[in-house]
Design a protein around this ligand. Structure first.
Ligand code: 13P
Ligand code: SF4
Length: 337
């Protein structure tokens, strides 16, 4: 197979329909392990990845953990089994390494819900506000940002800022609402960009009530990207890793999970005696991120073998986008997590 053909296959959204003879009959897990060693590569996978992809990863985690791993890895090559902004973040943190993503179509509706032009306009309206952006943003947005945060550290990072500091929070309105509800700030002091993730924003009260009737003792746990009506009903709110920790340490046995279904793979693995229902799964397919699921073992293998597609970013953009991420990582380290 040529490098061009491999690039064509890994660029396909969804499953590979046209599997070339080269892949047929291969023990992909064995081949990927072999290539990883040969190329001194590391595979980072988000919790929303398919189980077989999570199983072959060197590190599985939430956005914060994965960016910390990307910053400290000694590998020559990073293969990011996640979405585009995550691989870009890895490239910003490790500019001298080759960073690959097994499908360039693995985007993120939340990251796409903000544009540099829109943010520039908002900043012009609120020139004294500091821009705090969620990590689910493009490198261009990061370069315009003062402080990056993730769902696991957003509140704690903002609490380290002087209390009078005014903030523009981008791009997730639901996470923004959640953080603001725990701070003493007015709408003018804490301006929220009106963006959302199509997966989390699809969760609603009706789906919850339907499921609660079926599973009356189940506790509702929610990712803060979920809408306000879900966050107000939740027994626990947290990032993917916080949700995993919560269910593992909880005395409760049954949970309704308001986040992407991929996380339940680790939840079930760590808690075989507990039951997990993804919110909406009985009434709709809301808990499914098609971008995360574009990554397959076949694409992972081709990416490692042919070293495509690669994340390429302009050097100046990397330098600018690095500053707010570095700020996040150093505050997180000081706070001890
Ligand atoms: P976490 O940082 O909690 O893993 O969330 C990432 C994400 O994309 C949620 O949709
Ligand atoms: Fe983006 Fe939503 Fe998918 Fe997370 S679940 S990667 S926020 S589209």
């Amino acid at each position: 197979m040529t490098k061009e053909r491999a690039a064509q296959i890994v660029g396909n959204l969804g499953y590979i329909i046209d599997i070339d003879d080269e892949i047929k009959g291969l023990d992909l897990v064995k081949e990927i392990e072999k290539l990883k060693k040969e190329k001194n590569a590391v595979i980072l996978a988000h919790f929303y990845q398919r189980p077989e992809v999570q199983n072959i990863a060197d590190f599985i985690g939430d956005s914060l953990k994965l960016s910390q791993e990307a910053a400290k890895t000694k590998a020559d090559m990073i293969v990011f089994a996640g979405v585009h902004f995550m691989a870009e973040t890895a490239k910003i943190l490790s500019p001298d390494k080759k960073v690959l993503i097994p499908d360039l179509n693995a985007g993120c509706s939340l990251a796409d819900s903000i544009t540099p032009e829109g943010l520039k306009e908002l900043k012009e309206k609120y020139p004294d506000h500091m821009i705090v952006s969620y990590v689910n943003t493009s490198a261009e947005i990061k370069a315009m940002t003062d402080l990056i945060c993730t769902s696991s550290n957003a509140l704690r990072l903002i609490q380290t800022l002087p209390p009078e500091q005014k903030i523009i929070f981008t791009p997730d309105r639901n996470l923004g609402y959640y953080v603001k509800s725990l701070l003493d700030k007015s709408d003018e002091e804490f301006v929220i960009w009106n963006g959302a993730c199509h997966v989390h924003n699809g969760f609603n009260k009706d789906a919850f009530e339907y499921m609660k009737e079926k599973y009356p003792t189940a506790k509702l746990i929610a990712h803060p990207e979920s809408p306000k009506e879900i966050l107000l009903l939740a027994d626990f709110i947290g990032s993917t890793s916080a949700l995993l920790k919560y269910v593992t340490e909880s005395e409760d046995k049954e949970f309704i999970v308001a986040t992407e279904e991929g996380i339940t793979y680790q939840m079930k693995k760590k808690n075989p005696d507990k039951i997990f229902h993804v919110l909406g799964s009985a009434t709709c397919a809301c808990g499914f991120c098609e971008f995360m699921k574009t990554i397959t073992l076949e694409k992972l293998y081709l990416t490692l073998k042919y070293e495509v597609p690669e994340i390429i970013l302009d050097k100046k953009l990397i330098e600018k986008a690095y500053l707010p991420i570095k700020r996040m990582l150093s505050i997180s380290e000081k706070l001890g997590y």
